[in-house]
Every structure is written in C-alpha cells, then in structure tokens.
Design a protein around this ligand. Sequence first.
Ligand code: SF4
Length: 295
Amino acid sequence: MVNKIQVKSILNKHKKRDDWFLDDYSVNPYSGCSFNCIYCYIRGSKYGENMAKTFSAKVNAPELLEKQLSRRAKKEEYGIIALSSSTEPYMPIEEKLKLTRRLLMIILKYKFPVEVATKSKLVLRDLDILREIDKNAILPTDLEPKLKHGAIISFSISTLDEKLAKILERGAPKPIERLETMKKCKEEGFFTGVCFIPVLPFLSDSEEQLDETIRTVKEYGADFIFVGGLTLFGKGPADCKTLYYKFLEKYYPDLVSKYKSLYRIFFAPSKEYQKELEEKSKRLCGKYGIKNRIV
Ligand code: SF4
C-alpha cells in the first residue's frame, strides 16, 4: 500500500553543491522508502517504524517539476539533479506508478544533468531516457571541462556479505544484483559507479574487506567509488541509531562496546577513524585504478 500525497514543491536547490555527487538540486518522487534499511537516516521519528507501511508517492511531482524546472532553465541555472537524495527512486511501486520515469522525461526536456542513486535493477527500464539526457544535458560551466556526461548512475552498497545485507537491507535487492545492474549500465556506455556508504565499522571495514569490495566493484566496471562511514541518528524507538544497536545486540553483542567507544555521544565515528578510512580507501582506489571522486 502506498499513500498518495500532493506536495507544494519538488525541486530542492542546495545552498552548496554536494562534494561527492556534485548535485546542485535534488528531487524525491517518494517520501520514505520500502527497502527499509536499518541504517537509513531517513527512518525514525519522522517517518515511523516501518517505512514500507508509511511511505508515500508525491503524485503531483511531474506537474510541479515542469513548472519549477522551466523557470530554472529560462534563467539558465543548470546544475546536476540528484534523483534521489532521501528515498529510492526505483522501489517496486515505481514499476506501476512510473513517477521517476515521468520526472526523467521532464529533466530531459529542460536539458538538466542528472545523478541517479539506486539499489535497484529497475533503473534499466529508463536507460532510453537516461541515454538522451547523457547526450543532451547542459552542464554547469565550471563542470563542463571535467565531466563529459549528462547522466551519472550510482549504486549504493554497505557490504558484499549476502547474509549481513539480508538483515540490514531486508527490502533491497542483493548487493550482487546491484553490481550486475551497474555492469549492464557500463556496457551500455554510461558513467557509473558505487557509493560504498555506509561502510560498517568492524563488519565491512577491515583492510581485506575494503580491498575485496574496491577490487570487485572495479571488476564490475565501475568508473568511481565513494567510500564513507556509518552515521547513527536519533533516540526514538524507530530511529536508525536505536535499531542499529538492537541489530548489534542480537547478532554481534561483542561489538556493542566497540561501537560505543567509536561513536561516544556523536552521530559519526571518531575523526581518527574517518581519516583512516579515507586514507585506506584512497590507497586501494589507486591500487585498482578506480576514481574515488566523480571528477
Ligand atoms: S534504499 Fe536508501 S533510502 Fe531506502 S531505506 Fe535503504 S538507505 Fe534508505
């Protein structure tokens, strides 16, 4: 069941361009997400315990985007649009509603570049439109000399361990399926890569695991990989921090105290941990000849 809602705005303009995805705008056709990943920062007090039951489709999104994007295009305010930043654009419901597809057609009409972030093979359905966007989009002038693509497709993973993924990302396609989908996108000529976020402390962050993930991602044809740590927010019963600690207590009780000393009172792991993760991933990206940034 999906709730159908009307919203007042659909195109969000960021104050600052995103360092990783390079997007200046974001569009979220849905609110909440049926993939229900335990670590997801959008779950919690705002959306309710089970996002699969409460997520909504913004049914007037296409008509709003048409209005908002035509105004931006008239002023030539071109910038990459993230589709999406706080939901999955290709949940199973998208097969029927085709909201994401309709939004892509508007993005193509106004020649905006797009960065699609997904875990789903349903993105393959829209490669026809994405191919046209890739060829025809107008990039912001400062990005034009560095980025030759109007469409970027990224796939997010947190671990290659199927058993762990099944617990943490219970509604999402398997990690291997995401990599196979990425491979198809690459074979179709797209600029594509992996968002290895969140890396899970003590579960997917050892030197061997990082090496294996970066090597595998490269073998599946990725042009880039972003590597970033796990953030844990909230104190409510449905917030990701609460649910993640419940998961640890059930499956990895020995790790609870390690996480507590790594996070202390903060939502992110310690600065030293983050620095070490960045250095290790940079080195491994160099080893396998894969970019750790889009440009
Ligand atoms: S797929 Fe993305 S948006 Fe959906 S629950 Fe998982 S992390 Fe959150």
